[in-house]
Design a protein around this ligand. Structure first.
Ligand code: 3PY
Ligand code: MG
Length: 256
């Protein structure tokens, strides 16, 4: 079973981080910091196909689960990170139920979707199949092993969240608070009751459908509060913020 899913099912409260720095040495360092997963950010970060696969290798080497946030809702943007070894996809800016139908079609093999089949890096170039019994055994294996996690961060997605969360092929939902607040016309006003009600609606929809829900915060100290409220996972920050603040602090202390 997918390592992240295993932890969610065991109630272990996995914590992740966005990986933006795009240095493969940084990927290896991040794997040694205690996070459960890192999200290689193809939306806001500087990654391309080749740098994404190297970051996945770095994550694998240091034992942290590699997720990829895709750049857009298109077949190549969704299929390629899975073929090179991502264990889950975060899909930004979903607005319609139709978007989810396409995402599932491209990310899950038949009978759930219609993902294109080819041996690739994900299965050791065809040498590491979980079973040599049949293609359908392999397809079922990968459908479970690679998670589809659309972001709820638009008013459109929020208005259909009950339907979206219950769709076959959607493993969980990732809340993007920045964009969701903008979409609700209250950018950055995270204490606004409208925003809080939206979060509650998403969490309830996910749990009613038996799906997990992840929330992002830039502040790691907020994570325990989110776990207490019942979120299954928290993505607690962007790597460069920690890098900058630790380096600034080191320089300041050295010059004191
Ligand atoms: C958001 O808050 O909009 C996100 O996508 C988290 O990075
Ligand atoms: Mg966003």
């Amino acid at each position: 079973m997918n390592e992240f899913m295993k932890k969610v099912k065991a109630g272990e409260k996995p914590v992740g981080i966005f990986f933006e720095l795009a240095s493969m040495n940084a990927a290896e360092c991040l794997g040694r910091c205690g996070f459960d997963y890192m999200i290689i950010d193809n939306e806001h970060g500087t990654f391309e196909g080749e740098t994404t696969v190297d970051a996945i290798r770095g994550a694998e080497l240091s034992g942290i689960t590699p997720f990829v946030r895709v750049r857009e809702i298109s077949r190549p943007a969704i299929m390629k990170p899975l073929d090179v070894g991502a264990k889950g996809l975060i899909i930004p800016f979903v607005e319609r139920v139709e978007d989810i139908r396409n995402i599932v079609k491209w990310a899950k093999y038949t009978p759930i979707g219609n993902r294109g089949y080819c041996p690739s890096r994900k299965d050791g170039w065809g040498c590491d199949y979980p079973s040599d019994e049949s293609m359908s055994v392999a397809m079922n294996y990968w459908n479970e092993e690679t998670l589809v996690i659309p972001q709820c961060e638009t008013a459109g997605c929020l208005s259909h969240i009950e339907e979206i969360a219950s769709m076959d092929g959607v493993d969980g939902i990732f809340i993007g608070p920045y964009d969701l607040s903008i979409g609700l016309g209250i950018g950055g006003e995270f204490d606004d009751p409208v925003f809080k009600k939206a979060l509650e609606r998403i969490k309830t929809a996910c749990h009613k459908a038996g799906k997990f829900v992840i929330i992002f915060t830039a502040n790691p100290d907020a994570a325990p509060g989110y776990f207490a409220e019942g979120y299954d996972s928290v993505t607690a920050g962007l790597d460069f913020n920690f890098y900058i603040s630790a380096c600034k602090d080191a320089a300041k202390r050295a010059k004191a």
